[in-house]
Design a binder for this molecule. Structure first.
Ligand SMILES: C=CC1=C(C)c2cc3[nH]c(cc4nc(cc5[nH]c(cc1n2)c(C)c5CCC(=O)O)C(CCC(=O)O)=C4C)c(C)c3C=C
Ligand SMILES: [Fe+2]
Ligand SMILES: [Fe+2]
Length: 331
C-alpha cells in the first residue's frame, strides 16, 4: 500500500548513539576521588577478588590512602572544563552529533560516576529513541572495561517495562579505520618533534596477568594493534603496560620499567597510548609527566608524549565510520 502524496514522511523510530568511557571524579579533591574509586574498584569485573576478602581491604586501606594521592595527581591535569576525560568525551559526542546530523541523537555516558549509563538511556528513550547503539570507547576488548559497559546497560534494561533495542559497538583493535586514525595521529605527532625518536613506545593500560590465562583477549588484541600499526608505519612499535595496581603480577613489560631502561641506555623515545580513546589521568599525569621525569632522571636523551585520538579529525573520522557501520539498517 502506498501513502497518499500529501502524507507526511513516516520516520523510523528515532536512533541514538551512546558513547561510553570509563568515568572520572567530579572534582580533583579526596572526597570526590573516594566516591569514584569506591564505585570503580567495587566492580567485580575490575577487581576479581571475592568481596568478602576485597571489601575490607578496599574500605580499610585503599579508600583511606589512595584518594588523597590520586586527587593530587588529578589536580595537575584538571582543566577549566573539568577532568580531561570528561571534557574530551563531551567534545567527541558533540563532534559526532555534528557529523551524523539531526536524524541520530548522540549522547555520552560514563561507566563510573556521571552521567551514568542508566540515566543516559532514560534520557534518550524519553526523547523518543527506541534504538540505541552503545559504543564503549575501548579499542581492545577487556572484561574489566568493555564487558562492564554491557553489564551496566543490561542491568538498567532489567528495570524497564518498555525497553529500547540495543546494539553494542564491537571492539575495534584491528579495524582499518582505527589503524588509519592511529597512523595519521602518530605521524602528525612525530612531525611536530625536533628529533627522530629511537623508540616508539605504545603504552596500554595494564591488567593482572592471570586474566590473560583465564582467556581475556585483551593482551593479544593490544599486541595485534601494535603489530598492524608497526607494519603501516614501517617502523618498530614497542609494547608496554602501564598503571599497575596492587600486589598481583600484571602484564609485562611495565611502561615505567621500560622507560627507565631506555633512559639508562641514553635513548630518545616517543610514547603514545593507543588503548585510550581520550587523554586522561593515566596518560597526562602518568606518562607525559611522571614517565618523562623517570625517563630523563635515568639518563634519557629526548622524550615526547603523543596525544590520544581525542576529538581531533582522525579520531572523529574513525568513530563516525565505526558507528555508521553499526547503524546500518537503522538509518
Ligand atoms: C584493579 C585495578 C584496575 C584495573 C583492572 C584497571 C583496568 C583498566 N583501566 C582502564 C582505563 C582507565 N583507568 C583509569 C584510572 C584508574 N584505573 C585504576 C585501576 C584499574 N584499572 C585506578 C585506581 C584508576 C584511578 C586513578 C588512580 O587512582 O590511579 C583511567 C583514567 C580515569 C580518569 O579519571 O582520568 C582510565 C581511562 C583500562 C582501559 C583498563 C583495562 C584494560
Ligand atoms: Fe584503570
Ligand atoms: Fe595511574
Amino acid at each position: 500500500m502506498t501513502l497518499p502524496p500529501d502524507h507526511p514522511p513516516v520516520r523510523p523510530p528515532r536512533v541514538a548513539v551512546l558513547l561510553v568511557n570509563l568515568g572520572t571524579p567530579d572534582a580533583p579533591d579526596p572526597p570526590s576521588v573516594r566516591r569514584y574509586l569506591r564505585q570503580f574498584l567495587s566492580d567485580r569485573r575490575v577487581v576479581e577478588i571475592p568481596p568478602i576478602l576485597w571489601q575490607p581491604i578496599l574500605r580499610g586501606i585503599i579508600l583511606t590512602t589512595r584518594p588523597k594521592k590520586s586527587a593530587h595527581a588529578y589536580a595537575q591535569v584538571w582543566t577549566g572544563d573539568g577532568s580531561p576525560l570528561a571534557a574530551i568525551t563531551r567534545a567527541q559526542a558533540a563532534a559526532l552529533q555534528g557529523a551524523l546530523g539531526e536524524g541520530v541523537a548522540v549522547a555520552y555516558a560514563m561507566r563510573y560516576g556521571e552521567p551514568a549509563i542508566g540515566r543516559a538511556i532514560d534520557a534518550l528513550t524519553a526523547a523518543g529513541c527506541r534504538r540505541i547503539l552503545v559504543a564503549p570507547l575501548y579499542p581492545q576488548y577487556c572484561a574489566a572495561t568493555t564487558a562492564t559497559v554491557v553489564d551496566a546497560a543490561a542491568d538498567h534494561l532489567k528495570t524497564l517495562r518498555w525497553q529500547p533495542a540495543l546494539r553494542f559497538l564491537p571492539p575495534y583493535h584491528d579495524d582499518p579505520a582505527y589503524l588509519a586514525a592511529l597512523k595519521a595521529s602518530v605521524e602528525a605527532g612525530l612531525a611536530t618533534l625536533d628529533f627522530i625518536p629511537d623508540v616508539l613506545l605504545a603504552s596500554f593500560h595494564g591488567m593482572p596477568e592471570r586474566t590473560l590465562h583465564l582467556g581475556d583477549p585483551y593482551h593479544c588484541q593490544c599486541q595485534k594493534t601494535a603489530r598492524l600499526l608497526s607494519d603501516m608505519l614501517g617502523r618498530p612499535v614497542e609494547v608496554a603496560f602501564q598503571s599497575r595496581f596492587g600486589r598481583a603480577k600484571w602484564l609485562e613489560p611495565a611502561t615505567d620499567t621500560r622507560l627507565e631502561a631506555l633512559g639508562a641506555a641514553g635513548k630518545s623515545v616517543a610514547v603514545f597510548a593507543p588503548g585510550f580513546a581520550a587523554d586522561c589521568l593515566e596518560t597526562l599525569e602518568e606518562l607525559a609527566m611522571r614517565g618523562k621525569e623517570q625517563f630523563m632522571a635515568a639518563g634519557g636523551k629526548q622524550f615526547a608524549y603523543l596525544p590520544c585520538l581525542n576529538a581531533d579529525a582522525p579520531g572523529m573520522a574513525m568513530i563516525e565510520a565505526l558507528v555508521r557501520r553499526e547503524l546500518a539498517g537503522w538509518i
